[in-house]
Design a protein around this ligand. Structure first.
Ligand SMILES: Cc1cc2nc3c(=O)[nH]c(=O)nc-3n(C[C@H](O)[C@H](O)[C@H](O)COP(=O)(O)OP(=O)(O)OC[C@H]3O[C@@H](n4cnc5c(N)ncnc54)[C@H](O)[C@@H]3O)c2cc1C
Length: 477
């Protein structure tokens, strides 16, 4: 890391806003705030871009794309395209992943510099009176002050005792992106979004994969119909799913690999263990004594609905606070605090209706109530479900697993009223959710959306047709 500051002087400096943490939450606030004319300092101890760019969203999606190419090549013969026997050159795969990361990280850094954000390299710590002390790798120290301070220190992978990562046999997401080869066998501990993305990637790359999940089902939070499709598709890929089993330890084997113990005395030999059991907020050392900032027992920086901490003019956003740990939520919170700081009285984020996207194959995307949660909340609902198997574009792609499910309030005539939730699983649904997300958040009704035309042939027709089917009439479905 080297020098504390890219700025010409490391003397005490004052800014409109000092941001600690250069991940999506921190850099979004810096970019957005600078575009509104604020003078901003951004303190990052590692690399601008944070978890998302360097060991999260971007590398995970980049490797999923390699997996998608493997699938495409595998099925090329179905389209009459005859290809030579294929293999994956992992070196090229990893180099491409890194090139994408480097390009994006360079882009964000350039944007920040172009907007005159002052970048500090070092560990930032907030003290009283919004004084931030920055200590560089070489011990060099600087202090800066801000009219406002944003804490955006992010999160770290949760570690299971006994499964401490060694970087080769036992990894978390931090080490996964530096694997030197594709494992023959892999055990993924944790069947959440990230665990399912890793399992899907590895299975498509040819690994024999088992998911061990302590909860009764994988992908908690997803609508049951959606999870069912993922389960069937994962089964077709050869992924074995063991839900309701806790891991108890592992014993390394001579010559590599390890034996994982789980459940009621069961064991499984594997070459790689991917520990993917969630993330813990990182707030250690970010705040020193004497401020009104409080940290919860679980390590979250405590905030109100506008991301304000207990210290005046100090906000916190992203994975460090107890809101959904998603990069786009960090972006939204970063922009929210700038509006609040500027006195624009922004509306709080409605976390029950934010978009969720899981990029495993088949992809999952949703916003708003599932059928079960809508009923639990006391709504009388109508549900429309349509499968990609009947969609022309999906047939053309050869990607017919999946469905669109819409949950709407039931009107007196039995048809659908206000849309409460949109849930999708299938080809490119992460790119198709936006219409459904807008519908849920705009509180649009089925009749209103049914007026709009979807292009033909397109995957998004399935959303349109699922809506039309709730008007009491229907087209193809
Ligand atoms: C494998 C994986 C896949 C993911 N995929 C997705 C996805 O597809 N979509 C999605 O929305 N989300 C995804 N996420 C989640 C996403 O990465 C996080 O929600 C997001 O990075 C949170 O942003 P943040 O700014 O709060 O924290 P971080 O990205 O963790 O950034 C925090 C930054 O603060 C720095 N920092 C911490 N303390 C200090 C300090 N005291 N001084 C200076 N710097 C400090 C850290 O070095 C870090 O760079 C994924 C995560 C993982 C692990």
């Amino acid at each position: 890391m080297g020098h504390v500051s890219d700025a010409t002087s490391t003397d005490d400096q004052h800014f409109d806003l000092v941001v600690i943490g250069g991940g999506p939450g921190g850099y979004a606030a810096a970019l957005y705030g600078a575009s509104a004319g604020l003078n901003i300092a951004l303190v990052e101890k590692d690399k601008i871009g944070g978890t998302c760019l360097h060991r999260g969203c971007i590398p995970a999606k980049e490797l999923l794309e390699t997996a998608a190419i493997v699938r495409t090549v595998k099925h090329a013969g179905d389209f009459g395209v005859i290809v030579e026997p294929k293999s994956v050159d992992w070196g090229i795969t990893m180099a491409r992943k890194q090139a994408v990361i480097d390009k994006l990280a360079g882009g964000v850094t350039t944007l920040l510099k172009n907007r005159k954000v002052t970048l500090f390299s070092g560990n930032g710590s907030l003290g009283p009176d919004r004084v931030v002390t920055i200590v560089g790798d070489d011990g060099e120290t600087a202090t800066v002050t801000g009219d406002a301070v944003l804490l955006a220190s992010g999160s770290l992978p949760r570690i299971i005792p006994g499964f401490e990562p060694d970087g080769t046999t036992v990894v978390t997401s931090d080490e996964f992106f530096h694997l030197t080869q594709i494992p023959r066998r892999a055990v993924v501990i944790g069947g959440g979004a990230i665990g399912c993305e890793f399992a899907s990637t590895l299975a498509d790359l040819g690994s024999s994969v088992t998911i061990l999940e302590a909860l009764p089902k994988i992908l908690p939070g997803c609508d049951d119909d959606v999870t069912r499709v993922v389960l069937q598709s994962f089964k077709k890929k050869g992924i074995e799913i063991r839900a309701g089993v806790a891991v108890t330890g592992h014993t390394p084997m001579d010559g590599g690999g390890t034996t994982v113990a789980f459940g009621d005395g069961e064991t499984l030999e594997t070459d790689l263990v991917v520990v993917s059991v969630g993330r813990v907020p990182f707030s250690e050392g970010v705040v020193s004594d004497g401020t009104g900032v409080t940290i919860s027992e679980r390590g979250h920086i405590e905030v109100d609905e506008l991301c304000r901490t207990g210290e005046p003019s100090v906000w916190a956003v992203g994975d460090a606070i107890a809101t959904p740990q998603l990069a786009h939520i960090a972006f939204a919170e970063g922009m929210l605090i700038i509006k609040d700081l500027l006195g624009e009285s922004p509306a709080a984020i409605d976390y029950s209706r934010v978009p969720w996207a899981i990029y495993c194959h088949p992809e999952v995307a949703f916003a708003g109530h599932s059928e079960a949660s809508a009923k639990e909340a006391g709504f009388e609902v109508v549900v429309s479900k349509h499968r990609f198997a009947g969609n022309s574009r999906a047939q053309i792609l050869g990607e017919t697993d999946g469905l669109v499910k819409i949950i709407a309030e039931k009107r007196a005539d039995g048809n659908g009223g206000r849309v409460l939730g949109v849930h999708m699983v299938g080809p490119w649904v992460t790119e198709q959710l936006s219409g459904g997300y807008l519908a849920v958040n705009w509180e649009a009704t089925v009749d209103e959306i049914a007026e709009y035309i979807q292009p033909h042939p397109s995957l998004s027709e399935l959303f349109g047709e699922s809506v039309i089917a709730m008007t009491g009439r229907s087209l193809h479905g």
